[in-house]
Write a protein that binds this ligand. Structure first.
Ligand SMILES: [Zn+2]
Ligand SMILES: [Zn+2]
Length: 245
C-alpha cells in the first residue's frame, strides 16, 4: 500500500498536503469541481497560488468555500481569493458556515473585514445549501478539538460511494470514530497525523490514529497535513497512504 495507489478514487482533488511549516508540500486543502461549480475546503497561504497555477478557477461561476478554522495555513489566502472572485471572475463567493455557529461566523466575518473585504463581496451560506454536485449529496461541519484558543471543525460528505470524513487539524479521534459508527459504507477518511506524540500537542500522533482505525479501513484512509519527509516515511512504514497533491 502506498500513496500512489491507483485503485483509490476519492472524491477530492488536493492542492497541498503539508502542515503549516511544510509549505513546499502546499497547505492542506482540497476541492471538487463540476462544470462551472467549485467547492473548496480550506484556503491557506499557498492555496490561491495553486488554484491559479492549475487554472482551477477558470470559468468558475459558483464558488463555495468551507474553512475548518482560522489558523492562517487554512485561511491565509482567503482575502486574495475573494478579491479575485469579485474583480477577475465577477462573482460573489459563498462562504459555507453552519448557521448555528454564530461566534465562528463572527470570527470569519471579522477576519475578512481586517483583510479589507466588503461584506457584499461574499455571502454566508449554510452547509445544507451546498448542493447540485454529483460527487456528494450532503456536506456537514462537525466540531472537533485542536487549538483551545479557537474553534475548529472536521467535515463530512455523503457520496454515492459512501461517507467521507475530513479532518485537517485535530488532536483527537472522537469525531472520526463517531463517523465510522454512523456509516455502514465509507468512501474515504482523510486525516492529519503527527510523527511523534508530544504532550499537549494540538495535533494527532500517528500511533493514536492507527489505534483508532479498524484494519479494514486502512485502505480507505489517506493522510494529509504532514510535517515533513520523516513523518511521511513513518506513516508509510505503518501502512498508511498519503494523499496525492
Ligand atoms: Zn494546519
Ligand atoms: Zn490549525
Amino acid at each position: 500500500m502506498n500513496g500512489g495507489d491507483a485503485s483509490f478514487r476519492g472524491p477530492l482533488i488536493f492542492l497541498g498536503r503539508g502542515a503549516a511549516f511544510n509549505p513546499l508540500e502546499g497547505n492542506t486543502a482540497a476541492y471538487i469541481r463540476e462544470e462551472n461549480r467549485l467547492f473548496l475546503i480550506d484556503c491557506g497561504e499557498t492555496v490561491f497560488e495553486r488554484l491559479i497555477a492549475r487554472q482551477a478557477l477558470t470559468g468558475v461561476t459558483e464558488l463555495s468555500i468551507a474553512i475548518s478554522h482560522l489558523h492562517s495555513d487554512h485561511c491565509g489566502s482567503l482575502g486574495t481569493l475573494l478579491y479575485y472572485c469579485r474583480f477577475a471572475l465577477g462573482i460573489r463567493a459563498r462562504i459555507v458556515l453552519p448557521r448555528e455557529e454564530t461566534a465562528y461566523i463572527g470570527s470569519v466575518r471579522r477576519l475578512l473585514e481586517l483583510f479589507g473585504i466588503p461584506e457584499d463581496f461574499y455571502s454566508c451560506v449554510d452547509p445544507g445549501e451546498v448542493a447540485g454536485f454529483r460527487a456528494f449529496s450532503a456536506f456537514r461541519y462537525v466540531k472537533t478539538a485542536h487549538d483551545p484558543r479557537m474553534e475548529c471543525f472536521s467535515f463530512e460528505l455523503e457520496t454515492p460511494e459512501g461517507g467521507v470524513f475530513y479532518s485537517a487539524d485535530t488532536c483527537r479521534t472522537d469525531e472520526m470514530a463517531a463517523f465510522i459508527q454512523r456509516h455502514g459504507k465509507i468512501a474515504a477518511i482523510y486525516m492529519e497525523a503527527l510523527e511523534t506524540d508530544t504532550p499537549g500537542s494540538v495535533h494527532l500522533p500517528l500511533d493514536r490514529l492507527r489505534a483508532a482505525l479498524p484494519d479494514a479501513l486502512m485502505e480507505k484512509t489517506r493522510l494529509m497535513h504532514l510535517s515533513g519527509a520523516g513523518c511521511m516515511r513513518k506513516a508509510r512504514e505503518m501502512g498508511f497512504s498519503i494523499v496525492e497533491a
